[in-house]
Unconditional design. Structure first.
Length: 532
């Protein structure tokens, strides 16, 4: 399993946090159901934007990106992300595999060279990548825009379309010069990509986008850049470098190789498909669909690697209905949350309760966040779990009883909901999981209010014991179902119940005489905060 490689040109923000939390929830669910999971990722370390930001910070690119790499690692620890391996694309493994895949694609006839026109700064004596060119937007007329995209109107274009282009480094007017570059024959894979997209169990709405792109025809892809460039050299070249999008996704493979080096397994058996039971699952945002559904699988086909089994594509994260923006005050970093709110499981629960199997955007608003945490999570779900635990401990010294004679109406309803929970997880419909668990907690709270075991215990102690036992079984199922989302709070509750974290316990009655420990509060309500 992988999350998309976070780009190491800045601090981790909420967009990163969202994607890693969703992938982590699914990784934890798969482990909970007994499947072996290797969850890997890496910091994407190369490319022009990193060079530019490092220059602004007065640092060399590697030092700059390593600082951000460490910030991502702290983010993972805080938000309880259970990565098995986190690496960086600027690594020996990545360079070796990127070169091997380049040579294999070249040998198989899928890479060729041709001369192209590029902008060249005679004063700086270098070819200028898009981000090293500034000028006037050809669409809206905004001045001092990059050579590939206008930050004011959002238009995309080539540096040659930019009006009054200037070198971003020295301000000189660039000239046009020819340069030899390497191209990957993406067009040669139109048929294979179409067949894969049609037959793979991918999200239908994404399939439609990608198939439409294929029908319109795919252009070959320039996979080299002129030096100076922060990246790996093209094999056999002195001043040509592999474009960042060639070696970046190979970071998935390289991180697996780094993991296997430590764990004693064989990464090639996984990624070359010789160990057939392995499935490769990617999680990505919808902004990188083109790369992961076209470029990446074509690279794998060209070099005889295994294709992804499933790619889960999610929407963007918005804040109060708007895109994250520093100027609008809606750009939130992981550090902001860590310092101003603190509990990682509030955010894990909120993201889970708003994530469906589709690619719709997820909005984060103050009102919805407080409602999800205080009313749903703490006020209903965890309130019921804590009630069940404290009732058993208070009235029966924490010892349960067989509840086989308890009222069947609630049991049947809960059983039906439990069957939906696993299916929802398997479909990546995490929002439905939360809705189902919330439903069980509501049934449980209503059941306790109806039966009032704290009164019943004075009249019929055995019946009161059975009522509380039923409530405890429901609480146990809730904590197992929510464990992938709330590993700390639910892990704590399961320890109180003296139970292991296993999906096999879902729907099974606790044994007669099972003893729980003294209950402790599981998760507090969120206090007032100033963040979004």
């Amino acid at each position: 399993m992988t999350s998309a490689l976070p780009y190491g040109n800045g601090e981790p923000h909420f967009g990163h946090v969202y994607e890693f939390i969703i992938t982590d929830i699914m990784a934890r669910f798969y482990r909970l159901t007994g499947r072996d999971v290797i969850y890997v990722c890496a910091t994407d370390a190369h490319g022009t934007p990193i060079e530019i930001n490092a220059m602004k910070a007065g640092k060399d690119p590697l030092s700059f990106v390593m600082e951000n790499h460490e910030k991502f690692k702290k983010m993972f620890e805080f938000f309880l992300i259970s990565l098995d391996n986190y690496h960086i694309t600027h690594s020996e493994e990545n360079e070796k595999i990127a070169h091997e895949m380049f040579k294999k694609a070249l040998e198989n006839g899928y890479i060729y060279t041709k001369e192209i026109d590029l902008l060249f700064c005679e004063k700086c004596n270098r070819f200028l990548p898009d981000r090293y060119v500034r000028g006037t937007c050809p669409k809206c007329g905004a001045e001092d825009q990059y050579g590939d995209v206008c930050e004011k109107c959002g238009a995309t274009y080539t540096p040659f379309q930019l009006k009054n282009p200037k070198c971003a480094l020295c301000g000189s007017k660039p000239v046009i010069m020819k340069s030899k570059h390497y191209f990957f024959k993406l067009s040669a894979f139109e048929g294979k990509l179409k067949a894969w997209i049609q037959n793979a169990p991918l999200q239908q709405e994404v399939k439609n986008y990608v198939l439409d792109w294929i029908e319109k025809g795919l252009e070959d892809w320039c996979i080299s850049r002129d030096g100076p460039y922060f990246g790996f050299k093209v094999p056999g070249e002195e001043n040509k470098y592999l474009y960042v999008w060639w070696d970046a996704p190979i970071g998935y493979i390289a991180s697996t190789a780094n993991y296997c080096k430590k764990a004693g397994c064989d990464w090639e058996k996984i990624w070359k498909g010789t160990c057939g039971e392995f499935q490769i699952v990617h999680t990505i945002g919808k902004d990188i669909i083109y790369f992961h559904y076209l470029f990446w699988p074509a690279m794998l086909m060209a070099t005889e690697f295994k294709l992804p089994t499933y790619i889960h594509t999610h929407g963007f994260l918005t804040v109060n209905g708007e895109k994250m923006s520093k100027s609008r005050g809606t750009f939130i970093t992981a550090k902001d949350y860590m310092e101003k709110i603190g509990n990682p499981e509030y955010l894990r629960f909120y993201f889970a309760s708003h994530t469906s199997s589709g690619i719709t955007d997820i909005d984060l608003s103050r009102e919805a966040f407080l409602t999800a945490v205080n009313s749903v999570l703490v006020g209903n779900i965890m309130n019921f779990v804590y009630r069940a635990l404290t009732l058993l401990y208070r009235y029966f010294e924490g010892k349960t009883i067989s509840a086989s004679t308890y009222d069947m109406e609630e049991l049947v309803e809960v059983k039906n909901i439990l069957e939906r929970i696993r299916e929802a997880y398997e479909n990546w419909n995490i929002r439905e999981v939360v809705e189902c668990v919330d439903g069980i907690a509501s049934i449980g709270n209503a059941y306790l209010q109806k039966k009032e075991p704290w009164k019943l215990v004075r009249e019929n102690k055995e019946k009161a014991h059975e009522v509380i036992a039923q409530a405890l079984n429901m609480a146990k199922d809730i904590c197992i179902a929510l464990f992938p989302i709330l590993p700390s709070a639910c892990g704590k509750a399961l320890k109180i119940m003296n139970l292991e974290e296993s999906w096999n316990l879902i729907g099974k009655e606790l044994e007669n005489g099972h003893i729980i420990n003294k209950p402790e509060p599981l998760i507090p309500k969120i206090e007032d905060f100033q963040l979004f």
